[in-house]
Design a protein around this ligand. Sequence first.
Ligand SMILES: [Ca+2]
Length: 457
Amino acid sequence: MLTGGTEVKRRDFLKTAGWYAAGPVLGWAAARRPNVLVIIADDLGYADLGVQGCKDVPTPHIDSIGATGVRFTNGYVSCPVCSPTRAGLMTGRYQQRFGHEFNPGPAALAEEHFGLPLTEATLADRLKKLGYATGMVGKWHLGYKPAMHPQKRGFDEFFGFLGGAHSYVDAMRDKANPILRGTEQVNEKSYLTDALGREAAAFVERHVKEPFFLYLSFNAVHTPMDASERLLGRFGSITDARRRTFATMLASMDEGVGQVLGKLREHKLEENTLIFFVSDNGGPTPSNTSRNDPLRGYKGQVLEGGIRVPFLMQWKGQLPAGKVYEHPVIALDILPTAVVAAGGTIPSNPVMDGVNLVPYVTGREKRTPHERLYWRFGPQQAIRKGDWKLARLAEGAPQLYNLAEDVGEKNDLAGKMPEKVKELLADYGAWNQQLMEPQWKGRQAVLRQERQRQKKR
Ligand SMILES: [Ca+2]
């Protein structure tokens, strides 16, 4: 919680920065800079929201973000798994530029130097510099070591856990990955997703009088499949037990989002808050029953089902309501959009890959935000250029799809269109040259190594 002293300093800063004078001159409707709320879901598939076509689990609160603002139908993340996507989102940069290509594996087995490199400025660092109160609630997954802790990466406050997954019902189950408030372990008794909603709403309540940035990072609907007992009765009509569990996990997250949105409404902050909702990767259908239809593929793959996700943005009064935006966007865009909205600027060095989305969704800028988008995840590679997508999976030749005609990536045109394949490979190669080698091994390699070590003993 902020002390009085910090608040005074923040007010002084705002005066020095000339904010109070600059606002009206620049024509901003709001009397102060917008709050920034970034909500990220974990392993939520493209079709896992009501507004995205989900029929058996209502998600009215999350859906309302798209209804009050913008829903992106071609919204991507920069990796089909958790940690690298978050590294991209937190920096606005393709994470392979700084070697953050893979998940680390479980906390106890992760490589010593795993974590978002300290050379990178996070969204929290940038907004804190602009005088924002910054808080994070939920899953971090960007480093386990003390130097990588959220409160060392720009966040004033932290409630959550450092690992990649967590039990929802037993705070003490994973000794290497406890629930923390700041750096102190907490024996949380509530269902974890309920607790994250509670903490996020409390953060808003504490900071209604100043610009704030809240990063609300749910681990729902990632495994383990722990049902919310409280919500099971609501889904009695779902006969499949795992799907019923999933429904409670998703419903609890929707309620948590509702709590935070309700808090913003209560304090009349809706028109002064920029909100994003994304999932960190596509749904891993076999493990949690999530759905990616009509897309092909799952979490872990550079097919659309692994990288195209629910992607919503709201800024009431500033952005059109109920707009559906179809040009491709990517979670890397969240940082520049937020920093510019906060009155900051984006230096050109180091390279920023995301763009400010506001002029695009208001229609002031007619071009597409990204001529090309790229993915590299170990041996998997992909590029999207206009409607064309070239994807090389872990094995086999590159596949070429026209996503405007074939969103399900069923009709591989690579054999018929060698010139297009060549063009996209050359574009991909030019991007790939700018990247670093991965700075640690992927989760699978870590687990394989551990199995071999166990065998030798
Ligand atoms: Ca994930």
